[in-house]
Design a protein around this ligand. Structure first.
Ligand SMILES: Cc1cc2nc3c(=O)[nH]c(=O)nc-3n(C[C@H](O)[C@H](O)[C@H](O)COP(=O)(O)O)c2cc1C
Length: 197
Protein backbone atom coordinates (compact mmCIF):
# COMPACT_ATOMS: atom_id res chain seq x y z
CA UNK A 1 0.00 0.00 0.00
CA UNK A 2 1.19 3.51 -0.77
CA UNK A 3 1.49 6.20 1.86
CA UNK A 4 -1.85 7.92 2.50
CA UNK A 5 -2.50 10.67 0.03
CA UNK A 6 -3.97 13.24 2.38
CA UNK A 7 -3.31 16.91 2.93
CA UNK A 8 -5.20 17.19 6.23
CA UNK A 9 -3.78 14.69 8.74
CA UNK A 10 -6.71 14.90 11.15
CA UNK A 11 -9.12 14.05 8.33
CA UNK A 12 -6.69 11.29 7.30
CA UNK A 13 -6.76 9.90 10.84
CA UNK A 14 -10.58 9.83 10.82
CA UNK A 15 -10.50 8.08 7.42
CA UNK A 16 -8.13 5.40 8.70
CA UNK A 17 -10.28 4.94 11.82
CA UNK A 18 -13.35 4.52 9.60
CA UNK A 19 -11.48 1.99 7.43
CA UNK A 20 -10.46 0.05 10.56
CA UNK A 21 -14.08 0.03 11.76
CA UNK A 22 -15.35 -1.13 8.35
CA UNK A 23 -12.80 -3.90 8.31
CA UNK A 24 -14.15 -5.12 11.64
CA UNK A 25 -11.03 -4.42 13.69
CA UNK A 26 -11.83 -5.18 17.33
CA UNK A 27 -11.82 -1.89 19.31
CA UNK A 28 -10.44 0.34 16.52
CA UNK A 29 -10.57 3.37 18.82
CA UNK A 30 -8.28 1.78 21.37
CA UNK A 31 -4.80 3.32 21.49
CA UNK A 32 -1.67 3.36 23.64
CA UNK A 33 -1.19 6.62 25.52
CA UNK A 34 2.24 7.69 26.77
CA UNK A 35 2.61 10.36 29.41
CA UNK A 36 5.61 11.62 31.33
CA UNK A 37 5.92 11.57 35.10
CA UNK A 38 7.45 14.99 35.59
CA UNK A 39 8.77 14.19 39.06
CA UNK A 40 11.22 11.64 37.64
CA UNK A 41 11.11 12.46 33.89
CA UNK A 42 9.98 8.86 33.36
CA UNK A 43 7.70 7.71 30.51
CA UNK A 44 4.59 5.70 31.29
CA UNK A 45 2.13 3.91 28.97
CA UNK A 46 -1.30 2.33 29.07
CA UNK A 47 -4.29 1.56 26.81
CA UNK A 48 -7.15 4.03 26.50
CA UNK A 49 -10.28 4.50 24.43
CA UNK A 50 -10.26 7.54 22.16
CA UNK A 51 -13.44 9.26 21.06
CA UNK A 52 -14.00 11.72 18.25
CA UNK A 53 -15.99 14.71 19.42
CA UNK A 54 -16.58 17.80 17.31
CA UNK A 55 -13.68 16.85 15.04
CA UNK A 56 -11.28 16.46 17.95
CA UNK A 57 -9.66 13.45 19.64
CA UNK A 58 -10.96 13.15 23.17
CA UNK A 59 -10.27 10.73 26.00
CA UNK A 60 -11.20 10.40 29.66
CA UNK A 61 -9.08 9.80 32.67
CA UNK A 62 -9.56 9.38 36.36
CA UNK A 63 -7.62 12.35 37.77
CA UNK A 64 -6.29 10.19 40.61
CA UNK A 65 -4.49 7.75 38.28
CA UNK A 66 -0.87 7.98 37.18
CA UNK A 67 -1.74 9.57 33.84
CA UNK A 68 -4.28 11.83 35.54
CA UNK A 69 -1.54 13.16 37.82
CA UNK A 70 1.03 13.43 35.01
CA UNK A 71 -1.27 15.43 32.75
CA UNK A 72 -2.02 17.98 35.43
CA UNK A 73 1.66 18.95 35.47
CA UNK A 74 2.95 17.94 32.07
CA UNK A 75 0.38 18.08 29.25
CA UNK A 76 2.59 16.51 26.55
CA UNK A 77 1.54 13.07 25.32
CA UNK A 78 2.16 10.51 22.59
CA UNK A 79 -0.57 8.24 21.28
CA UNK A 80 -0.26 5.15 19.08
CA UNK A 81 -3.05 3.42 17.14
CA UNK A 82 -2.26 0.06 15.53
CA UNK A 83 -4.80 -1.83 13.44
CA UNK A 84 -3.62 -5.39 13.03
CA UNK A 85 -5.92 -6.36 10.15
CA UNK A 86 -4.99 -3.29 8.13
CA UNK A 87 -1.31 -3.45 9.13
CA UNK A 88 -1.44 0.30 9.63
CA UNK A 89 -0.30 2.52 12.46
CA UNK A 90 -0.63 6.18 13.33
CA UNK A 91 1.57 7.74 15.98
CA UNK A 92 0.66 11.16 17.30
CA UNK A 93 2.47 13.63 19.52
CA UNK A 94 0.79 16.64 20.97
CA UNK A 95 -0.46 18.56 23.92
CA UNK A 96 -3.71 18.05 25.82
CA UNK A 97 -6.20 20.51 27.24
CA UNK A 98 -9.03 19.87 29.68
CA UNK A 99 -12.53 20.05 28.21
CA UNK A 100 -14.81 22.45 30.01
CA UNK A 101 -17.43 21.07 32.41
CA UNK A 102 -20.32 21.40 29.94
CA UNK A 103 -18.51 19.40 27.24
CA UNK A 104 -17.37 16.78 29.78
CA UNK A 105 -20.96 16.48 31.13
CA UNK A 106 -22.29 16.02 27.60
CA UNK A 107 -19.82 13.18 26.95
CA UNK A 108 -20.47 11.67 30.38
CA UNK A 109 -24.19 11.58 29.52
CA UNK A 110 -23.41 9.35 26.50
CA UNK A 111 -22.16 6.62 28.85
CA UNK A 112 -24.43 3.86 30.03
CA UNK A 113 -25.77 4.19 33.57
CA UNK A 114 -23.84 1.06 34.62
CA UNK A 115 -20.59 2.48 33.26
CA UNK A 116 -21.24 5.77 35.09
CA UNK A 117 -21.79 3.89 38.36
CA UNK A 118 -18.52 2.02 37.84
CA UNK A 119 -16.61 5.23 37.08
CA UNK A 120 -17.96 6.81 40.26
CA UNK A 121 -16.97 3.79 42.36
CA UNK A 122 -13.65 2.62 40.94
CA UNK A 123 -10.30 3.44 42.45
CA UNK A 124 -8.05 2.93 39.43
CA UNK A 125 -5.15 4.49 41.26
CA UNK A 126 -5.17 1.89 44.04
CA UNK A 127 -2.52 -0.71 43.31
CA UNK A 128 -4.60 -3.51 44.80
CA UNK A 129 -8.15 -2.27 45.19
CA UNK A 130 -10.45 -4.25 47.49
CA UNK A 131 -13.11 -5.83 45.19
CA UNK A 132 -15.60 -6.17 48.04
CA UNK A 133 -15.23 -2.49 49.00
CA UNK A 134 -15.66 -1.58 45.31
CA UNK A 135 -18.92 -3.55 45.07
CA UNK A 136 -20.19 -1.90 48.24
CA UNK A 137 -19.33 1.60 46.94
CA UNK A 138 -21.02 0.79 43.62
CA UNK A 139 -24.17 -0.45 45.36
CA UNK A 140 -24.17 2.67 47.52
CA UNK A 141 -23.93 4.86 44.39
CA UNK A 142 -26.76 2.90 42.77
CA UNK A 143 -29.01 3.48 45.80
CA UNK A 144 -28.03 7.15 46.07
CA UNK A 145 -28.95 7.87 42.45
CA UNK A 146 -31.91 5.50 42.16
CA UNK A 147 -34.19 6.94 39.45
CA UNK A 148 -31.93 9.98 39.15
CA UNK A 149 -29.30 11.14 36.69
CA UNK A 150 -25.87 9.89 37.80
CA UNK A 151 -23.65 12.99 38.13
CA UNK A 152 -20.14 13.12 36.66
CA UNK A 153 -17.60 12.86 39.49
CA UNK A 154 -15.03 15.66 39.63
CA UNK A 155 -12.20 13.18 39.15
CA UNK A 156 -13.60 12.08 35.75
CA UNK A 157 -11.77 14.47 33.45
CA UNK A 158 -12.07 14.71 29.66
CA UNK A 159 -9.04 15.81 27.62
CA UNK A 160 -8.80 17.02 24.05
CA UNK A 161 -5.59 16.17 22.19
CA UNK A 162 -4.11 18.88 19.99
CA UNK A 163 -1.67 17.05 17.68
CA UNK A 164 1.61 18.67 16.67
CA UNK A 165 3.11 15.67 14.84
CA UNK A 166 1.49 12.66 13.19
CA UNK A 167 3.10 9.78 11.38
CA UNK A 168 1.03 7.44 9.19
CA UNK A 169 2.63 4.06 8.60
CA UNK A 170 1.35 1.37 6.25
CA UNK A 171 3.01 -2.03 5.86
CA UNK A 172 4.19 -3.02 2.42
CA UNK A 173 5.44 -6.25 0.89
CA UNK A 174 8.94 -7.36 1.91
CA UNK A 175 9.13 -4.68 4.58
CA UNK A 176 8.81 -1.93 1.98
CA UNK A 177 6.69 0.19 4.27
CA UNK A 178 5.20 3.60 3.49
CA UNK A 179 5.37 6.50 5.91
CA UNK A 180 3.96 9.97 5.81
CA UNK A 181 4.93 12.50 8.44
CA UNK A 182 3.02 15.68 9.27
CA UNK A 183 4.45 18.40 11.50
CA UNK A 184 2.88 21.67 12.52
CA UNK A 185 4.36 24.52 10.52
CA UNK A 186 5.08 27.93 12.08
CA UNK A 187 2.17 29.40 10.07
CA UNK A 188 -0.27 26.94 11.71
CA UNK A 189 -0.56 24.67 8.66
CA UNK A 190 1.10 21.28 8.19
CA UNK A 191 4.44 20.34 6.66
CA UNK A 192 4.43 16.87 5.17
CA UNK A 193 7.16 14.45 4.16
CA UNK A 194 6.58 11.11 2.46
CA UNK A 195 8.68 8.00 2.33
CA UNK A 196 7.41 5.53 -0.24
CA UNK A 197 9.12 2.34 -1.32
C1 LIG B 1 -9.08 -1.69 26.24
C2 LIG B 1 -8.80 -0.74 27.38
C3 LIG B 1 -9.35 0.52 27.37
C4 LIG B 1 -9.12 1.41 28.41
N1 LIG B 1 -9.63 2.66 28.35
C5 LIG B 1 -9.34 3.56 29.32
C6 LIG B 1 -9.78 4.91 29.21
O1 LIG B 1 -10.40 5.33 28.21
N2 LIG B 1 -9.47 5.77 30.22
C7 LIG B 1 -8.78 5.34 31.33
O2 LIG B 1 -8.54 6.16 32.22
N3 LIG B 1 -8.34 4.08 31.46
C8 LIG B 1 -8.59 3.18 30.47
N4 LIG B 1 -8.13 1.89 30.58
C9 LIG B 1 -7.37 1.50 31.80
C10 LIG B 1 -5.91 2.00 31.66
O3 LIG B 1 -5.23 1.27 30.65
C11 LIG B 1 -5.11 1.92 32.96
O4 LIG B 1 -4.95 0.60 33.36
C12 LIG B 1 -5.73 2.69 34.11
O5 LIG B 1 -6.40 3.83 33.64
C13 LIG B 1 -4.64 3.17 35.11
O6 LIG B 1 -3.57 3.71 34.36
P1 LIG B 1 -2.45 4.71 34.91
O7 LIG B 1 -2.27 4.44 36.37
O8 LIG B 1 -1.25 4.39 34.08
O9 LIG B 1 -2.93 6.09 34.67
C14 LIG B 1 -8.34 1.00 29.52
C15 LIG B 1 -7.77 -0.27 29.52
C16 LIG B 1 -7.99 -1.13 28.46
C17 LIG B 1 -7.31 -2.48 28.48
Amino acid sequence: MNAPDISDPIRGLFDWLAAARERGEPDPQTATLATVDPAFAKPSVRTINVQIDEDALVFFVNAHTGKGQHLQWHPYVALCFFWHGLQQQITIEGVVEVLDADAADRLWAQRSRESQLTARSSEQHAVFGDPEAFRERREHERETYDFERVPRPEHWVAYRLLPTRLEFWAAGWHRLHSRRLFERAPNGGWQSTVQEP
